[in-house]
Design a protein around this ligand. Structure first.
Ligand SMILES: Cc1ncc(COP(=O)(O)O)c(C=O)c1O
Length: 387
């Protein structure tokens, strides 16, 4: 019986006795004879890395264990993973219901590409029970949500959406990039697939691009076959780096969460004193609209937060330009704290009306809290806000 072409939690690859994983860059694996060559080509042992390779399988096995999944399939980026999930599981004539609050790149993929291949896209507000029930009806085959969301860090009640998806005979996929396992495990809340841009917390050092989806064998087999046909597998070096980063994932993220909670309280204190802050968005604050569901659904509320500076873009730009310790950069989840302006990045493509509807104020600044000393980050925010 050949090994599965992707990593599952029962198996982990690596040379016997090696304490850390080996890195296997070879793109060919020699056969002993014709019979062995035939077996390799049928999926026994290594054959050709686009079909799966030892470092990808090790990373996938580790992810599957973290998520409580049957297995995982890794891709070259988060977007390649989402493309794999949508196009590997759906076909022309199918319908996908997707949350309105998803990463801009996911929205672009739905808008520009899925329709071209005959897949109908419905968007819905996952925070509205009425809209969810109205959108998640047959013939929807796949429901896709992101939780927590970008940039307002709203937390979707996954059990509620999973219930609606399953009642309609659909699968639920969750992009959980903002809060990785073990702090959030969507499969335990009824999701069928959990997706991560591994470029973020899983890699955790702002130095590797990748993506991964975990779930059940039935869907993973389809995803792996699609990945093989489209050639979108993660390469060995990056899979090796990601596996190495998983060793520190939980300690990194727990520490970042504690610092984020402290910074959110600091900023919220300034808001309540009537300073230059109009709002603070962090699901660990009891005033956050999803505080209760965040407490139930996640072990900690994550390390992403956003705050709205008074006086719109002008006010936010002044604060942003004064940051010293926090880096002005996109992305999230790394050891370096980074801040971005959603108006210029993730939400630049929206009209002012669309932004207002999504609750994205012009003065919004999003921060991914890293591993720097909390005192230094708080002092940086204080000097940037001139308090
Ligand atoms: C929530 C979310 N999903 C997916 C992606 C895409 O990931 P990648 O940049 O690795 O393709 C991103 C990127 O920022 C993201 O924030």
């Amino acid at each position: 019986m050949g090994q599965r072409p992707y990593g599952s939690k029962e198996e982990s690859t690596g040379a016997e006795g090696a304490v850390t994983q080996d890195l296997t860059r070879s793109t060919i694996f020699a056969a002993r004879d014709a019979e062995h060559f035939r077996a390799q080509a049928q999926g026994e042992g290594e054959f050709y890395p686009r079909y799966g390779h030892p470092n990808a399988r090790t990373f996938e096995a580790r992810m599957a264990a973290l998520e409580g999944a049957d297995g995982a399939v890794c891709f070259a980026s988060g977007m390649a993973t989402l493309h794999g999930v949508f196009c590997g599981l759906l076909q022309a004539g199918d319908t996908i219901a997707c949350s309105r609050d998803v990463y801009g790149g996911t929205g672009d993929l739905l808008k520009h590409d899925l329709g071209r291949f005959g897949i109908e896209v419905r968007r819905f507000d996952p925070f509205s029970e009425e809209e969810t029930v109205a959108a998640v009806q047959p013939p929807v085959k796949l429901v896709h949500v992101e939780s927590p969301t970008n940039p307002l860090v709203r937390v979707v009640d996954l059990e509620r959406v999973a219930g609606a998806a399953h009642a309609a005979g659909a699968l639920l996929s969750v992009d959980a990039t903002f809060v990785p396992p073990p702090l959030q495990r969507p499969l335990e809340r009824g999701a069928d697939l959990v997706v991560h841009s591994a470029t973020k917390f899983l890699g955790g050092h702002h130095d590797v691009l990748g993506g991964v989806v975990s779930g059940r064998h039935e869907q993973l087999e389809m995803l792996e076959a699609f990945r093989r046909r489209t050639g979108a597998i993660l390469g060995p070096d990056r899979a090796w780096l990601l596996t190495r980063s998983l060793d520190t994932l939980e300690v990194r993220v727990r520490h970042m969460c504690m610092t984020a909670a402290r910074l959110a309280s600091f900023l919220d204190g300034l808001r309540s004193e009537g300073g230059d802050i109009a709002a603070v968005h962090y699901p660990g604050l009891s005033r956050h609209p999803d505080f209760e569901i965040a407490t139930r659904q996640m072990l900690m509320p994550g390390s992403m937060l956003a705050f709205e500076v008074k006086h719109g873009l002008e006010g936010a730009t002044a604060v942003y330009d004064r940051l010293q310790r926090i880096t002005r950069a996109p992305s999230l989840g790394g050891t370096e704290s980074v801040a971005l302006l959603p108006l210029y990045s993730s939400h630049a493509g929206l009209t002012p009306e669309e932004r207002a509807e999504a609750g994205i104020a012009d003065g919004l600044i999003r921060i991914s809290v890293g591993l720097e000393p909390a005192d230094e980050l708080e002092a940086d925010l204080a000097q940037a806000l001139q308090v």
